[in-house]
Write a protein that binds this ligand. Structure first.
Ligand code: ACM
Ligand code: ZN
Length: 498
C-alpha cells in the first residue's frame, strides 16, 4: 500500500485503510441536512470546479459516492477538514467553507495522482499557520490580471491563503485612482478599480485574501514623478528602470502630503475588503528630511529628537488613519521597534533589523529563505523548505504567518515568473500548512518530483533551471555581503541563523 500519500502540503494526520475507491465514476453528491444553502451551493460549485465538471447531486443517499457534512467538532477551526476515502464512498466533514474547499483540493490531488483507484484512507487536517502568503511585486513588472488569476488558482491548489500585492514602488504605480489620475498610466500597466474588484472576488471564492501594499514614505519615485510637490526638493523626477534605493521620499513636513496619502489609503481601502493594509516601510533613506525646511519645522513643532522619530510619528498618524478605515497595518521590519503602535504587524524580511526583535505580531519572510527572485543556485528548494525550521513553537505566539516573495525588477514574463516560482512555491505551501514535526524534505521532494507537475496547470515548468541573467552576479555579490554581515551581527547578538 502506498504510504505516504502524494500530497502537497502534507496533511496533519493520515491513516491508511484497506481497499481502493474506483476513481472512474462521475461524482454524485449527497449533502447532509447539517449543510445550509450556502454551504451546499459551495460544495456543488467546488466539486464541479475541482473534481469533475459533471458532478451533480445524487438522487438518493445510497446513489451518492461523495457525501458532505458540516462537522460540529471543527466549529473553532474554519480551515480544518476530515476526508475519508472508502471503497464505495468518499466523505468530507468541515465546519467552514475554507475547510470544505481544502478537503476538495486534497481529493483533487488524490484524483490526479491516482487516476484509476485511490487507496482508502482517513485524513484529519488543519493548517499550522493562519497566514500562508505569497507576495507578488506588480510594481516593478506589471503582471496582467489573467496571469494573477492563474497564480491565484495555483496558490489555492496548494492551500496558500494570502496574496500580497506590492502595488507601488519607484519603478511603477499600478492602481488607477479617481482622486489622483496622474498616478500611473495604462500604457505602462495599470489595474482599473473594476479589475481589482473582480480580482478580489475571484480570490475570495478560492479562499484567498488579497492584501494591498502601498510602499511609503520611501520607494515612491513613480509617485513623485507625477506629483513632485509631495517631495522635499520639488523634483523633477523620472521613473527609474533598474533596481535601487532612491534618496527622494515623501515630504512629511507638508500637510499636502499627509492629505494625499490619506486620500490614497481611503480609495485603496475601499477596493480591498481585507482587514489589513500594508504600508511598506522598507529601505527609507532619511537624509532628505534632515535638510528639508518643512520636515525640520514639523520635527521641531512636535519636539522630536531626530528623523527616525519623525518617521515613527508619520507611521503613527497613518496607522491611526488606517485603523479608522477598519484596517490593521503591516510594515516591513526596517524601523519598527517596541515604540511603534502595538497593533502593527511587522513583516520580517531582514532579521538583522529592529523589528525582528520587537513584540509585534510578525510575518516571516526573511531574505535568506523566501526571496524567490533569487536564482535557484542561491536559494535552493531545500533552503526554502528550511524556512520551516524558523517557525519554532517558541516563536509561534508572535508569528502569525509566513510569506514567499517575488520581486520583479528582472522578472517580467510568464516564463521567467514560473522559472522562479516553481517548485519553490510548493515548499512554502508545505512548511506553512504542515505541522512542523511532519516536515520531511525527502518525502516532500519525492512527491514534488513525481507529482508536482501533475498538480500544476499544463505548460508549467517545475524543473529548477538557472536563470543566467546578467544580474545573477550582482545577486551573488549582494548575497555574499549580506551573509557576511548576518554572521558578524548574529555572533555579536548571540543568535544563530540557519
Ligand atoms: C525588501 O526586500 N526591501 C522588503
Ligand atoms: Zn520634507
Amino acid at each position: 500500500m502506498p504510504h505516504p500519500l502524494p500530497l502537497i502540503p502534507y496533511p496533519s494526520d493520515v491513516v491508511m485503510l484497506d481497499g481502493l475507491f474506483r476513481n472512474s465514476r462521475r461524482f454524485s453528491l449527497s449533502l447532509e441536512r447539517s449543510c445550509d444553502q450556502s454551504f451546499s451551493d459551495s460544495a456543488v460549485q467546488y466539486a464541479k470546479e475541482l473534481l469533475d465538471r459533471d458532478a451533480c447531486l445524487a438522487s438518493s443517499k445510497e446513489a451518492a459516492n461523495l457525501s458532505i457534512r458540516v462537522e460540529p467538532s471543527l466549529h473553532d477551526k474554519e480551515e480544518a477538514y476530515t476526508l475519508e476515502v472508502l471503497p464505495q464512498n468518499v466523505s468530507i466533514g468541515a465546519y467552514g467553507h475554507q475547510g470544505l474547499f481544502y478537503a476538495l483540493q486534497t481529493l483533487r490531488q488524490l484524483q490526479l495522482a491516482y487516476p484509476q483507484s485511490i487507496p482508502c484512507c482517513r485524513i484529519d487536517d488543519s493548517p499550522s499557520l493562519r497566514w500562508r502568503a505569497f507576495m507578488l511585486d506588480v510594481a516593478r513588472s506589471f503582471c496582467p490580471v489573467g496571469e494573477i488569476r492563474r497564480i491565484i488558482d495555483i496558490m489555492a491548489s496548494f492551500k496558500l491563503n494570502v496574496l500580497h500585492l506590492h502595488l507601488s514602488d519607484d519603478q511603477g504605480w499600478r492602481v488607477a485612482l479617481d482622486a489622483y489620475p496622474e498616478l500611473g498610466d495604462e500604457k505602462s500597466g495599470q489595474y482599473t478599480k473594476q479589475e481589482l474588484k473582480e480580482l478580489v472576488e475571484y480570490a475570495s471564492v478560492r479562499q484567498i485574501m488579497i492584501i494591498p501594499e502601498i510602499d511609503m514614505p520611501g520607494h515612491v519615485t513613480a509617485l513623485l514623478a507625477a506629483y513632485p510637490a509631495l517631495s522635499c526638493t520639488g523634483g523633477p523626477f523620472s521613473i527609474p528602470k533598474g533596481e535601487g534605493i532612491f534618496p527622494d521620499i515623501l515630504c512629511v513636513g507638508k500637510e499636502e502630503t499627509l492629505d494625499f496619502v490619506k486620500m490614497v489609503l481611503k480609495e485603496i481601502a475601499s477596493l480591498f475588503p481585507s482587514p489589513y493594509i500594508h504600508l511598506g516601510g522598507d529601505e527609507i533613506p532619511l537624509e532628505r528630511w534632515a535638510t528639508c525646511p518643512d520636515c525640520q519645522k514639523r520635527k521641531q513643532a512636535l519636539a522630536l529628537s531626530d528623523e527616525k522619530s519623525l518617521l515613527r510619528w508619520f507611521y503613527r498618524e497613518m496607522t491611526h488613519y488606517a485603523n479608522s478605515l477598519g484596517k490593521q497595518v503591516l510594515l516591513y521590519n526596517d524601523y519598527v521597534d517596541d515604540t511603534y503602535d502595538q497593533s502593527i504587524i511587522t513583516q520580517i524580511w531582514n532579521p538583522l533589523l529592529d523589528g525582528s526583535q520587537s513584540e509585534h505580531q510578525a510575518i516571516l519572510s526573511d531574505y535568506f529563505h523566501s526571496y524567490l527572485d533569487m536564482d535557484h543556485t542561491l536559494l535552493s528548494l531545500h533552503r526554502v523548505y528550511k524556512l520551516g525550521e524558523m517557525l519554532q513553537p517558541g516563536n509561534q505566539a508572535r508569528v502569525m504567518g509566513a510569506e514567499l516573495m517575488l520581486w520583479t525588477e528582472y522578472i517580467s514574463t510568464r516564463e521567467k515568473r514560473d522559472l522562479h516560482l516553481f517548485p519553490r512555491l510548493l515548499a512554502g505551501s508545505e512548511i506553512f500548512w504542515t505541522r512542523k514535526d511532519m516536515h520531511e524534505y525527502h518525502r516532500f521532494l519525492g512527491t514534488c518530483s513525481q507529482y508536482g507537475k501533475l498538480f500544476l496547470p499544463p505548460h508549467t515548468s517545475i524543473t529548477p533551471r538557472h536563470a543566467w541573467d546578467p544580474p545573477l552576479i550582482r545577486q551573488f555579490i549582494s548575497r555574499w555581503k549580506r551573509k557576511r554581515r548576518v554572521k558578524r551581527n548574529s555572533k555579536m547578538a548571540g543568535i544563530s541563523f540557519a
